[in-house]
Design a binder for this molecule. Structure first.
Ligand code: DQA
Length: 144
């Protein structure tokens, strides 16, 4: 069984991008963390990062074939993309939404998420550890 890990726009810059907000771990560190935690539960991971909304939607559609859940940090698309939300709803997989920073303590435009309303859980402000929590929560849900 496999989890799809989706990271949206600009998250390829993790580690160098505003480290005071997002910390110093890189995307490769995050992907390794998720793979390690998933493995504890016998789950595999497919990791996708793109700066293109359509590529993310295609990856979510493809997950219908061979994934059982989605961990997603949609980046700024969180606050703008009905299409991403509809893709997640469309594949009917349980979704854990992660934000490294506490979006609620930041600009007003980051307070609204189009994804939260369809997510099983939402983890904000826990740094990259939020991805760890997300995998554990999904594993618990999958275990029933
Ligand atoms: C983010 C928060 C978003 O508002 C921002 O656009 C990002 C990263 C986070 O992980 O804290 O790109 O999703």
């Amino acid at each position: 069984r496999r989890i799809l890990l989706v990271n949206g726009p600009n998250l390829n810059l993790l580690g160098t991008r505003e480290p005071e907000i997002y910390g110093e771990d890189t995307l490769a560190d995050v992907e390794a963390l998720v793979a390690r935690v998933a493995a504890e539960f016998g789950l595999e991971v497919r990791a996708v990062q793109s700066n293109h909304e359509g590529a993310l939607i295609d990856a979510i559609h493809a997950a219908r074939e061979d994934c059982v859940a989605v961990v997603i940090n949609p980046g700024a698309l969180t606050h703008t993309s009905v299409a991403l939300r509809d893709a997640l709803t469309g594949v009917r997989l349980p979704v854990a939404e992660v934000h490294i920073s506490n979006v609620h303590a930041r600009e007003e435009f980051r307070h609204r998420s189009y994804v939260s309303g369809i997510a099983e859980c939402v983890i904000v402000g826990a740094g990259v550890q939020g991805y760890d929590f997300a995998v554990r929560r999904l594993a618990a849900l999958l275990a029933g």
